[in-house]
Design a protein around this ligand. Structure first.
Ligand code: UT7
Length: 329
């Protein structure tokens, strides 16, 4: 089919901390084992930030690389959108820290809170800002240091999460490629299934909140799993339908990297052969807002994403939030 494009993703990259925690390292922390983690999630290792590294540090590294790839100077960036659940500080925004670090003096910078769907919410917003607002260079970063809010005494959650950041530059389309369809959905009825209860205005930090371990991720894993399978499948079906593209025409599906079984279910739902699904959850675990830009970059580096290919990005996360972006490479 013929598509009209407003915006395109013109450069993307990522950064992860050096330190790696393998499944065997996790065995020393909690009552778990490599076989359980691999078979239930597909994960083998995850990158973990050191004490002195904050989310903006990883985001800055990823942003610099993405800008270089896109050939855009920091001073030409109009907007910085930082998607994260682990901001450096409650305010100002992590986007503003990155702005300072890269010298993007002409940009507006802000954060969005959409958990694992944050990067795709950011892409959707960038597409709309270019369509309707006349903006030219938008830098989107999905970055997390989830290790800072992970309870390493809770085996239900601690094996799952990793740290990292990915960034992309979105610009007006050159007419041959670009974003075709974007989707954002939320279901606030499910806020209690995945969250961090403490540290906000409901339960500010106190000795009690720390004693009760409320500054860590809490998750009802099985429930989240069920909703994730439905929501990711629905989003993929709806995106293809609205764009008028069949799954046969799809070059690659890049789902949020939370669990191999969720990704397999999403592929089955749109009858896509598993060879057309990009997965790197075994190397990074679930990096929330960073997972899609990290996967997107690796997919390109591995030659899985070719010029002219249709690619579908789809995500699911706390809130609950769902996002999808379909684009032509
Ligand atoms: O990023 C956004 C959203 N996050 C997700 O999408 C995560 C969604 N959820 C999941 O991926 C899966 O539900 C998990 C990987 C978290 C858990 O897998 P599961 O197959 O749903 O396991 P389960 O929660 O049903 O637990 C099965 C058993 C339980 O033991 P019992 O009650 O059957 O004796 C757990 O206590 O596995 C136990 N278990 C573990 N065993 C070894 C839970 N965590 C571990 C562990 N190691 N780390």
């Amino acid at each position: 089919m013929e598509n009209e494009f407003s915006s395109m993703i013109s450069g993307f990259s990522f950064a992860v901390p050096e330190k790696i925690l393998t499944n065997f390292d996790m065995e020393k922390l909690v009552d778990t084992n490599d076989e359980w983690i691999r078979s239930r999630t597909g994960m083998q290792e995850r990158h973990i930030a050191d004490e002195s590294t904050a989310t903006s540090d990883l985001g800055t590294e990823a942003a610099k690389k993405a800008l270089a790839k896109a050939g855009v100077k920091a001073t030409d960036v109009d907007v910085i959108i930082f998607a994260t659940a682990t901001p450096d500080t409650p305010f100002p925004s992590t986007g503003c820290y990155v702005q300072r670090n890269i010298g993007a003096v002409n940009a507006a910078a802000f954060d969005i809170s959409a958990a694992c769907s944050g990067f795709l919410y950011g892409l959707s917003m960038a597409d709309a800002l270019i369509k309707g607002g006349g903006y030219k260079n938008i830098l989107i970063i999905g970055g997390e240091t989830l290790s800072k809010i992970t309870d390493y005494t809770d085996r239900n959650t601690c094996v799952l999460f990793g740290d990292g950041a990915g960034a992309a530059v979105v610009q007006p389309s050159d007419g041959t490629r670009g974003i075709i369809h974007t989707l954002m959905k939320s279901d606030g009825r499910l806020v209690d299934l995945l969250n961090m209860p403490g540290g906000g205005s409901r339960i500010p930090a106190s000795h009690e909140s720390i004693d009760q371990r409320l500054h860590y991720i809490k998750m009802e894993g099985q429930e989240v799993f069920k909703h994730a399978v439905t929501a990711m499948g629905d989003a993929a079906v709806e995106s293809l339908k609205k764009a008028g593209i069949s799954s046969d025409e799809l070059g690659l599906l890049i789902p949020h990297q939370a669990n191999v079984r969720i990704m397999q279910a999403t592929a089955r739902r749109i009858k896509l052969p598993i060879e057309k699904v990009f997965m790197n959850v075994h190397k990074y675990g679930n990096t929330s807002a960073a997972s899609i830009p990290i996967a997107l970059t690796e997919a390109q580096e591995e030659g899985r994403l070719k010029e002219g290919d249709y690619c579908l990005l789809v995500s699911f996360g706390g809130g609950f939030t769902t996002g999808a972006v379909l684009f032509k490479m």
